[in-house]
Design a protein around this ligand. Structure first.
Ligand SMILES: NC(=O)C1=CN([C@@H]2O[C@H](COP(=O)(O)OP(=O)(O)OC[C@H]3O[C@@H](n4cnc5c(N)ncnc54)[C@H](OP(=O)(O)O)[C@@H]3O)[C@@H](O)[C@H]2O)C=CC1
Ligand SMILES: O=C1OC[C@@H](O)[C@H](O)[C@H]1O
Length: 403
């Protein structure tokens, strides 16, 4: 990540951890006798928030190793993050060859996700891989095949889908009180210059681009538009890219209108805006209409706003505005809810909830039992369908499916 995004993450997560006393909680956690041994491929910037912190408060998993293209880099991250049980590996292959490692987390650039997911599965590891899981839907199908063949778990790190706030909004949408969904809009903007010009997100060879990096907008719109993506029909109406000045194959931003239709239902309109470099007005103001990450759901009788949907653990202020009375009802959800029941803690981040579900699933597969009731999941079918939307958007925009 660029240093500005790094600092943003550091401040947001750091403040959250400090406010909730995470280091004390982590110190009080008693690990199981034989916790799941997780290896990490790449000393990526996202590791501390997305995996180290969550692992520190989970009793049944430890970071056993980090592999980086340089061993010194892996060692430095282990030292900086005080990972007591971790060893450094000089190559990703070395980590995968270690029989001690049972599962891996893959935070590599997008274009390497499918390759290393397949290699990890074939090496007998369970896999938690960063979003987007692959460069295109064909690669997702390949991952699914290998996962079935090897019997190992694969989860795309759609962390936002594991938070109780997402589940609460889904239940508000589907409880029937507000009628059918008519339209869903999602926006994810990053101000210009927050990412450096050579960031992995601007590199075609690494499957960069706004639709890839900010794939949450498609995951989010489709999740709320239809009960399930299974058998839903997608039609891209328009896909307008703003291409990168240095590489015209990279969509620095993309605005999309599409419809999604569940079997036997009327089409739901979807509108997405993803932007990796929102231009500043007069060089110092972010346009008001492009300030925040948000999902808005228009139902027949109400509008539901889900602000900050990728990180509702920072603040979750969901509103339902009645279209008949104008009355506004507010909701927050940091724990419990329709999926997790009473599991979870107010301070759990989306990454922590995601890790809980991942460990549940791996443990269930290892022991031949079923996952605890309510433990949410994002299956390969959903990953494939969301990636299929991205493929179709790139085709419509004339940029071609990512390879
Ligand atoms: N879930 C979330 O909230 C977030 C998810 N992400 C996702 O995580 C992934 C990593 O993002 P981020 O941490 O920002 O990226 P970084 O650039 O910090 O990390 C990417 C890692 O990939 C490795 N790598 C291997 N080959 C290459 C190559 N050819 N060029 C560059 N890096 C290479 C590097 O590992 P090495 O240490 O071996 O040199 C590096 O540490 C992305 O897929 C992104 O979408 C990112 C931010 C937030
Ligand atoms: O959550 C996120 O926000 C910023 C993005 O660049 C990043 O990759 C994404 O996962």
């Amino acid at each position: 990540m660029s240093w500005i995004l790094d600092v943003q993450y550091f401040l947001a997560v750091g403040f959250h951890n400090w406010r909730n006393g995470l280091s004390k909680i982590a110190a009080s956690i008693k690990k199981t006798k034989s916790p799941l041994r997780l290896g990490v491929l790449g000393a990526a910037a996202i590791n501390p928030s997305a995996i180290f912190d969550p692992v520190s408060t989970h009793p049944d998993i430890v970071i056993s190793g980090i592999a980086a293209r340089s061993k010194a880099k892996a060692e430095a991250q282990i030292k900086r993050s005080k990972l007591l049980h971790a060893r450094a590996y000089a190559t990703y292959e070395d980590l995968l060859a270690d029989p001690e490692i049972e599962a891996v987390y893959i935070p590599l650039p997008n274009g390497l996700h499918a390759e290393w997911t397949v290699k990890s599965l074939r090496a007998g590891k369970h896999v938690l891989v960063e979003k987007p899981i692959a460069s295109n839907a064909e690669q997702v199908r390949e991952i699914k095949r290998v996962s079935e063949e090897t019997g190992k778990v694969v989860l795309e790190a759609f962390h936002w889908r594991f938070h109780p706030a997402a589940h609460l909004v889904k239940s508000l949408v589907e409880n029937g009180e507000y009628g059918d969904v008519e339209e869903v809009r999602a926006r994810m903007p990053i101000p210009a210059h927050f990412l450096s010009k050579d960031d992995i997100r601007f590199q075609y060879a690494l499957a960069g681009g706004s639709c890839m990096d900010l794939i949450y907008v498609f995951s989010g719109t489709s999740y709320f538009a239809v009960p399930t993506l299974q058998d839903a029909k997608i039609e891209i109406i328009s896909a307008q890219p703003r291409v990168n000045a240095r590489d015209s194959k990279i969509d620095e931003a993309m605005t999309v209108d599409y419809t999604i239709t569940a079997p036997g239902k009327t089409p739901v309109r979807c509108h997405t805006e993803a932007d990796l470099a929102v231009p500043w007005l007069w060089g110092f103001i972010i346009p008001f209409s492009k300030r925040d990450n948000v999902i808005v759901i228009e139902l027949q009788k109400a509008t539901i706003q889900f602000p900050n949907f990728p990180a509702p653990w920072l603040s979750s202020n969901i509103t339902v505005t009645s279209k008949t009375t104008g009355e506004v009802t507010k909701h927050t959800a940091y724990k419990d809810g329709p999926q997790w029941g009473t599991r979870g803690e107010e301070w759990w981040t989306t990454y922590r909830y995601q890790l809980e579900a991942f460990v549940d699933k791996v443990r269930a597969v290892q022991s031949g039992s079923s996952v605890p009731e309510g433990s949410p999941w994002v299956g390969m079918e959903e990953s494939e369908a969301v990636m299929g939307i991205v493929d179709a958007v790139y085709e419509k925009a004339g940029l071609g499916v990512r390879r």
